[in-house]
Design a protein around this ligand. Structure first.
Ligand SMILES: [Zn+2]
Length: 254
């Protein structure tokens, strides 16, 4: 596949602080009264007007666990604001792919993206599997991808509650570089990084993934660092209702 993109600084606290910072970040939620009604970001950091629009070919459907929606660090709405062909749906289950997408779609032409919890060293950044579990030698043509947005635990819930996902091809990522956000687990990527890597590996213009990552650093990570410095008092109700999930955080979350 193509060369890896250039290294960016991102937001990488020293190793001993990483887990604490990662957990603190997931606990910052945007209070309802301060949030943009469309992108759920704080008004001052609203993505709607800031995100640079990108024309993509492969549709991106993000199924977002309801507990992710108001997390400051969440990057799913950046996908929706930046990618011309994308949609975020918030919920736990949909009867089939077309219902989740809101328009007719053929499952055989779609892929469902998974990030392995403990990726094996692999020469490929992405592996594709048939519905029966066999590995594709070549990546098959894909019309759209489904991305589950949440902690590992939440993503697992979405997976089990939407058995139609089994009809899609399974795509697994083996990222060569760590996430630009602090992660409790080294293998994790943010949702937007996973989308960028997948689209690039499926043949979209590498500049598209570059732009997504640039916007992620500028519009999500840098504001998150600022909020962290200012203190989580900005989110009086943050983190209380789903603190149990945080132990399992740091995967394909946000
Ligand atoms: Zn907005």
């Amino acid at each position: 596949m193509t060369d890896m993109p250039p290294r960016r600084r991102g937001f990488r606290p020293p190793g001993r602080q990483r887990r604490a910072v990662a957990l603190a970040l997931t606990r910052i939620k945007v209070p309802r009264e301060e949030a943009c009604a469309r992108c759920f970001r704080p008004q001052d950091d609203c993505l709607c007007a800031r995100a640079a629009r990108i024309e993509n070919r492969i549709f991106v459907l993000v199924l977002q666990h309801p507990q992710e929606q108001r997390k400051l660090i969440n990057s799913a709405y950046l996908a929706q604001c930046a990618l011309a062909r994308s949609r975020v749906r918030v919920g736990l289950s949909w009867p089939n792919l077309s219902a989740a997408l809101g328009s007719p779609a053929r499952p055989a032409e779609w892929g469902a993206l998974f990030l392995k919890r403990d990726p094996q060293p692999s020469g490929k950044a992405i592996d594709a599997y048939t519905r029966r579990g066999g590995r594709h030698g070549e990546l098959p043509p894909i019309a759209g991808i489904v991305v589950l947005d949440g902690t590992w635990k939440q993503a697992k819930t979405l997976w089990w509650r939407n058995p139609w996902l089994l009809k899609l091809r399974r795509l697994t990522l083996n990222p060569h570089a760590p996430s630009l956000r602090p992660q409790a687990r080294a293998a994790g990527l943010s949702t937007i990084e996973a989308i960028g890597l997948t689209l690039r590996e499926l043949g979209e213009d590498p500049a598209l993934a570059e732009s997504l990552v640039d916007q992620y650093v500028r519009l999500v990570l840098e504001p998150a660092q600022r909020y962290l410095r200012e203190g989580a008092h900005r989110a009086p109700d943050g983190g209380a209702e789903d603190s149990g999930a945080h132990e399992d955080d740091g995967g394909q979350a946000g």
